[in-house]
Write a protein that binds this ligand. Structure first.
Ligand code: PLP
Length: 408
């Protein structure tokens, strides 16, 4: 396997358009013709002609979506991948595939709010699958939480919003020692971190974020072994096939057109985030950024990241209170034109949100405290439009105004 994701991507067989177009065609059909009557039952019996699946019906496999899956498998260094209608569809399909009634999951205590809600509220209610949330930095606690019913260990490579970095090699050792898989959500760190190279068995993504990068589609992906992708697509028990969170081929085409500039975008997001984080820290602000020496996982990140893409495009600023965080966002958006008060991340423009009252609001007070999500924690996904110094001037002006205003 080639170790560099961008070299892997450039090495896969090019998918040309139907008429030799440089971009792949969009396969608009939801159903596919067979030339011999006997072929159809064979397809339904699982004769996939050596691929993860076959072209039978659009909810099963679609050639355009399949081609995007090959690109994501190359990016993540996995044998195969398939795409879904959202990041949550990818996460829920994987967890439902690995767990049955009464099973158990060990997961990080700092996760995206939707994933937390799926594990903490939805799964126990609908299936009796329970989760123990642990501090992943405590390897003994992770090992101790695994029981005979535990089916997987789950973590985000870089957590939302606290930017804690998962020790993927260490977690893989623990999980594999107990013969269970490690599932990693790599949404925050495509290219930066390649979990499969460090032992993760299944990598999930919200493509909605950095990978698509244009904030115009909701999408997800599961990157894993060919056998696991086949399982997800099984006609009787596959979570993707049966629950049907299918990606639309037009969406697959759009995302595929944006993957070639992912590396340029990620490098620039990271370059700017690092400058902002260090200037804000120098100004005395409480900044959370894995690229800063004071970040608890700085050394771990330096060890596991690819050093071409910096430390990621997000940083958090603890403004001390919701009021101050809101006031700063208001100034940044409405007076200085710096960015947008909006959830999500990985967009060309800067997106800012107060996590405790938005994308982490599914966590109760206790869970917020355990995760370290304070009320004034502002999550900033830094954009790359305009010049860095122009953006910094806007940010500084907003900070200067906030500081004189004495808003508490
Ligand atoms: N994983 C992470 C880390 C996220 O931040 C999000 C959404 O914010 C998701 C998964 C869910 O992705 P989607 O909104 O595409 O379903």
């Amino acid at each position: 396997m080639i170790k560099d994701p961008i070299e892997s991507l450039a090495s896969i067989d090019r998918e040309f358009g139907e008429h030799g177009g440089v971009n792949m065609s969009i396969e608009a059909s939801t159903t596919f013709t067979v030339m011999e009557p006997d072929t159809m039952p064979a397809l339904f019996e699982g004769d996939t002609e050596g691929r993860e699946g076959c072209y039978l019906y659009g909810r099963h496999f679609n050639p355009t979506v399949f081609a995007l899956g090959r690109e994501l498998a190359a990016l993540e260094g996995t044998e195969a991948a398939y795409c879904t209608a959202s990041g949550m569809a990818a996460i829920s399909a994987v967890l439902l595939q690995l767990c049955s009634v009464g099973d158990h999951i060990v997961a990080s205590d700092t996760l995206y709010g939707g994933t937390y809600a799926f594990l903490n509220d939805y799964l126990p209610l609908k299936s009796g699958v329970t989760t123990t949330f642990v501090d992943l930095a405590d390897a003994d606690a992770v090992a101790a939480a695994i029981t005979a019913r535990t089916k997987l260990v789950y973590a985000e490579s870089m957590s939302n919003p606290t930017l804690r970095v998962a020790d993927i090699p260490g977690l893989a050792n623990i999980a594999h020692g107990k013969s269970i898989p490690l599932v990693i959500d790599n949404t925050f760190s495509p290219l930066l971190i390649r979990p499969s190279a460090m032992g993760a068995d299944i990598v999930v993504h919200s493509l909605t974020k950095f990978i698509n990068g244009a904030s115009d589609v909701i999408a997800g992906a599961v990157c894993a072994s060919r056998d696991f992708i086949r399982e997800l697509m099984d006609l009787r028990t596959g979570s993707l096939m049966i629950l049907g969170p299918t990606m639309d081929p037009v969406t697959a085409s759009k995302i595929s057109l944006r993957i070639p500039h992912l590396a340029l975008r990620v490098a620039e997001h990271s370059r700017r985030a690092e400058v902002f984080a260090s200037r804000l820290a120098d100004r005395g602000y409480k900044v959370v950024y894995p690229g800063l020496a004071q970040h608890p996982d700085h050394e771990l990140m330096a060890k596991i990241r690819s050093n071409r893409y910096g430390y990621g495009g997000l940083f958090c600023l603890d403004m001390g209170s919701t009021n101050r965080a809101n006031h700063l966002m208001d100034l940044l958006q409405n007076k200085y034109g710096f960015g947008y008060m909006a959830v999500s991340l990985g967009y060309s423009e800067t997106l800012m949100s107060c996590s405790a009252s938005s994308t982490s609001s599914e966590l109760n007070q206790q869970a917020l405290e355990t995760a370290g999500i304070t009320p004034g924690l502002l999550r900033i996904s830094i954009g790359y439009t305009g010049s860095l110094e122009q953006r910094w001037r806007q940010f500084e002006s907003a900070l200067n105004e906030l500081e004189v205003s004495k808003v508490a």
